[in-house]
Design a protein around this ligand. Structure first.
Ligand SMILES: Cc1cc2nc3c(=O)[nH]c(=O)nc-3n(C[C@H](O)[C@H](O)[C@H](O)COP(=O)(O)O)c2cc1C
Length: 248
């Protein structure tokens, strides 16, 4: 079971803001967890359009900040593969793997841990079979997880108001690979994982808008149901935050 909200609050309150991260696995010089969840042997992955080759979007920055808003209704239009590549690049794109572990990405992350895996509930992306996919940030590739008919049904059930998810072109699910964060920060990882998620989702809002794609953050999901549908134990792996997207 994932920590309840009460337990989480208790953890926050117990910690001093200045607490040093002692006794972490890093402090004990234990080997770090991998930068990304491994790809099961025999799984076919395919590379997304190169981020370097994606057209940049000319936009007035202040206007972008001011027009950003949550969009909860989408047209029936497909998102292109280039658009999806751009959104994934802007939210989790890896600019550099660091020699001592960690990665530098297009968003900030405490200790450069970048402890998220991005799962994608894909319904309307040109050239992709609808289904559940995982983004492989290190290779900027996609890994299909479940693409058979009806594969998304049990995932929808995890959302408190599933209409928006069902009607989205792509719903992003950011799931913590928690040992990647606790490795460096111990208990403070509880705090950082949620802070990191805000940066990721904000980049999605902004990047999507430049492409004519609307976004809505989603925190209203049932932890147990959604974690179970994704095969997570709720302690080492758990859903932190989601967002729906679709063309205006
Ligand atoms: C942490 C968080 C969780 C949210 N969860 C939901 C949600 O589950 N469903 C929803 O419709 N909107 C959700 N929102 C969107 C907010 O309702 C929205 O940001 C707010 O009403 C302000 O509107 P704006 O984004 O258009 O400025 C969430 C936003 C945040 C930051």
């Amino acid at each position: 079971m994932i920590m309840t909200e009460d337990e989480l609050m208790e953890t926050f309150l117990q910690e001093s803001l200045l607490e040093k991260c002692q006794d972490t696995k890093k402090a004990q010089q234990l080997p770090p967890p991998p930068l990304e969840k491994p790809v099961p042997p025999g799984t076919s992955v395919f590379r997304l359009p190169e981020p370097d080759l994606l057209p940049d979007q000319q936009i007035n920055f202040l206007e972008l900040i001011e027009v950003r808003a949550s969009v909860r209704q989408y047209s029936a239009k497909d998102i292109t593969l280039k658009d999806l590549s751009y959104l994934l690049w802007c939210t989790q794109g890896v600019k550099m793997a660091l020699p001592k572990g960690g990665t530098m990405r297009t968003v900030p992350s405490a200790g450069a841990r970048h402890a998220f895996e991005t799962y994608l509930l894909i319904q309307r992306v040109e050239g992709l079979k609808p289904g559940l996919y995982r983004f492989l940030a290190l290779g900027h590739a996609l890994m299909p997880i479940a693409v058979e008919d009806g594969a998304l049904e049990e995932l929808y059930v995890g959302f408190k108001a599933d209409r928006m998810v069902r009607e989205s072109a792509v719903t992003f699910i950011w799931a913590a690979d928690f040992p990647r964060m606790t490795y460096m920060f111990g208990k403070r990882a509880c705090r950082y994982i949620y802070l990191d998620a805000g940066h990721v989702c904000q980049n999605l809002y902004l990047a999507a808008h430049t492409l004519g794609i609307g976004t809505c953050a989603v925190g209203a999901f049932d932890d147990n149901n959604l974690n179970a549908a994704l095969g997570f134990d709720g302690k080492n792996d758990f859903v932190v935050y989601c967002a729906t997207t679709g063309k205006f």
